[in-house]
Each structure stands twice: as C-alpha cells, then as structure tokens.
Design a protein around this ligand. Structure first.
Ligand SMILES: NC(=O)c1ccc[n+]([C@@H]2O[C@H](COP(=O)([O-])OP(=O)(O)OC[C@H]3O[C@@H](n4cnc5c(N)ncnc54)[C@H](O)[C@@H]3O)[C@@H](O)[C@H]2O)c1
Length: 361
C-alpha cells in the first residue's frame, strides 16, 4: 500500500510525464497528494493516455526537451523538487534502428543533463533513473539477469539504457558522495502492459489497434520470451524505492530490478493468444513476414534483491494484468466513460489486492 503520509505534499519532478508510464505515475502520485512538475515532449500518439486521463489538470506541465540542459536547469531550479523520477526516453527498440543518434542523445545525454541539473539544485533529496531490463548484455540463454551482471545491448535502445546506467553510476560516485546526501538509484523493469498505451510496435497496443478495427494482428516475434508485468507493478516498485531512499539514502542508492514472478515470463505468442481470447469478437493474429530487425529473444529478470531488501513484490499475475489491461481498453472503446475514474479504481484495486490469497481484500 503506497502511503499518502509519505507522498502527500512531496514535490516530485517527473520527466516523461506525457508518456504511458508517466501518465499512470502522475495520476497515482496526484491521488496521494504529491505536487508534481512534469517535463517532457508533447504526447506522440492520438489517442494518448495523458489527455485521456486529463493529467494536465493535476500537475505543472512543462513541454521541453531533455537534450536542452539550460531549460532543464531552469525548470528544476524553479520547481524545487524533493524527488526526481527520470523516465523521459526514446523508448522503442525499432525506432532506435531508424534514429540511433536521436536515441542516444535523448537517453544518454538526456540523463547526463538531468543529473547535471539536479546536482545544482539544493532541494533534491532523491533521484530515480528509470532504465530497462534491456540494459543487460543479453546472452540469449535461459538465465535471470541480476543487478551485478554486465551491461550491454545489441540495438541502440538497449545499449543507450546500459549507457544511462553507467552515467548514473558515475554521477553517484563523482557528485553525490555515493548517495550519502542525495540518494540516487536506477530501476530496471520488464515489458510493461496496461490500459492506455498506444505506442507503435508494442504487442498490446498493436493488438488493440487491430482488434478494435476488426483486422488480423501481425506479430513479428511470436517466440520471443519476455518478463510481462502490469504497469502498476514497476510503478509501485519505483515509489517503494523512493520512500526507502528518502529514509536511508546511502543504503538504497544502487541498481534495482523490478520484474514479474516466473509464471509471468512467457512468449509473445502465449500473450497474444490470451489477449485474443479475452478480447473475443473473433480476434485473430498471424506471424508477419516483414523485415526482422534483431530483437532479443530471451529475457528474464531476477527480482530477489527487491523482494529481500525493499520488501516489494509483484501482486498481479500475468492473467490478472492482462484482464485489467483488456478491460481498460474495452471500457475506453465501448463506453467512452470517464477513464480517469476507471484508472483510479484500478490503482485502488491494485493497492488493496491481497496477492497471497488472490482475492481483493
Ligand atoms: N513500456 C515498457 O515496456 C518499458 C519497459 C522498460 C523500461 N521502460 C522505460 O520506462 C520509461 C517510460 O516508458 P514509457 O513506456 O512510458 O515510454 P513512452 O514512450 O510512452 O514515454 C516516453 C516519455 O518520454 C518523453 N520524451 C521522449 N523524448 C524526449 C525528449 N527528447 N525530451 C523530453 N522528453 C522526451 C515523451 O514525451 C514521453 O513523455 C522509459 O525510460 C522507458 O525506456 C519502458
């Protein structure tokens, strides 16, 4: 259960607040009473979760580029945040093949700029840099990557996230006294699902676009294995970690994996079958014949460290996460009801969920 005792009144700076995770996080933190300043580009899809949830009503909304150091410095200085959660990124593997320079500029130099702006701002006590499970050198073996494993990446997106990890580590040691005064950590999460993602070339948004249009879904890599998790899972991990860092900065200023339990690690094909089944209405898919840029085929995360030291663990099974995800989209397309309230109810249900008994408490 996230504590409004902790989050109420906290000044939080979120980069990437107009994106999928950023919109959910802004909604959640606002519901707990945080004062949020967001910094990001305009939403890149139509529809987009940021507008659907009416996030602009709840936060101070800055539209600018993380590649612009002077703008970041000025917004961070004037908003005087206590907690910074850095999520702004070019977040798509396939886009990184089209634009490797832009991907590195945003994901690596953007992280350098954010940390440089943060270190000259006296109000900051906690910084969390969100990277990815793809930051590890993927050996394509049946293995759960641990926080101590070598960083790497075949494609520019994955490698840019490995670079962002290195940048965070260097800033921690060079400028933040290893977290003694300002806590600084990085978080590596798995493949996120949830209502309101409309990004290109991600399996759930691709499925929703195809099924809601009565089209056959084309799937690039049905055999790829991924650690799937509902978006509220890593967000609860990020929030738990920020609380711990606030109270014990040097103890938690490290790298953290936030993945699902093993039962939620499965192939794209299994997820696609399940989504088709839940959607109904003769939803169908087939393997695509198009170009096949390299994407990792086997990816698992070891989450022992977060479980033991943060007392965090995943709550929703893959099946529950998929049901919640598809219900969200059905609600959006079928009823056009107030999705802000619907999403707040999902957050509430997530918080109250008793995963030990698999029932809502
Ligand atoms: N979605 C996933 O499955 C997943 C998995 C692991 C890690 N992540 C990471 O989590 C974070 C959020 O992911 P998401 O799914 O919400 O991504 P998203 O693409 O939906 O949102 C990205 C956000 O970054 C902002 N942004 C992009 N380029 C920018 C720039 N140059 N300057 C300022 N803002 C910029 C966008 O405006 C948007 O607000 C990213 O760092 C991503 O790499 C995502």
């Amino acid at each position: 259960m996230m504590s409004s005792d902790f989050w109420s009144g906290k000044k939080v700076f979120i980069s990437g607040h107009t994106g999928f995770k950023g919109s959910w996080l802004s909604l959640w933190l606002h519901s707990l009473g945080s004062q949020i300043t967001g910094y990001a580009l305009a939403p890149s899809t139509e529809p987009n979760l940021f507008s659907v949830l009416g996030i602009e009503k709840s936060i101070i909304d800055h539209r600018d580029d993380v590649r612009d150091l002077s703008s970041l410095k000025s917004v961070i200085k004037s908003s005087e945040p206590e907690i910074i959660i850095h999520m702004a990124a070019q977040s798509l593997v396939r886009e990184s093949y089209k634009d490797p320079v832009g991907t590195y500029a945003t994901n690596v130099i953007g992280t350098v700029n954010l940390l440089e702006a943060a270190r000259s701002c006296g109000s900051v006590r906690v910084i969390l840099v969100v990277t990815s499970d793809k930051c590890y050198e993927n050996r394509e073996i049946d293995y759960e990557y641990r926080e101590t494993d070598p960083l790497g990446g075949h494609d520019a997106y994955s490698s840019s996230k490995g670079c962002a990890e290195l940048v965070t580590s260097a800033f921690r040691r060079s400028f933040f006294e290893n977290g003694k005064v300002v806590a600084i950590a990085s978080a590596r999460a798995g493949n996120v699902i949830g209502g309101g993602d409309w990004a290109a070339n991600r399996i759930i948004p691709d499925a929703i676009r195809a099924f809601s249009d009565a089209q056959i879904l084309l799937v690039r890599n049905p055999g790829a294995v991924r650690p799937w998790q509902h978006v509220l899972e890593p967000l609860s991990g990020y929030m738990t970690l920020c609380e711990k860092m606030w109270n014990q900065p040097s103890k938690f200023s490290e790298e953290w994996n936030f993945g699902p339990e093993n039962e939620s690690v499965c192939t794209v094909e299994e997820v696609t079958n399940r989504v088709s089944e839940i959607w109904g209405d003769q939803a169908a898919w087939r393997k695509s014949n198009g170009d096949h840029l390299h994407e990792a085929t086997l990816l698992k995360l070891d989450i022992t460290k977060a479980k033991k030291l943060l007392d965090w663990e995943p709550k929703w099974s893959l099946s529950k996460g998929l049901n919640e995800t598809i219900s969200w989209y059905k609600e959006f397309y079928d009823t056009k009801q107030d999705m802000r309230n619907y999403s707040l109810n999902q957050i509430n249900e997530y918080q109250m969920y008793d995963f030990t008994e698999n029932i809502v408490a």
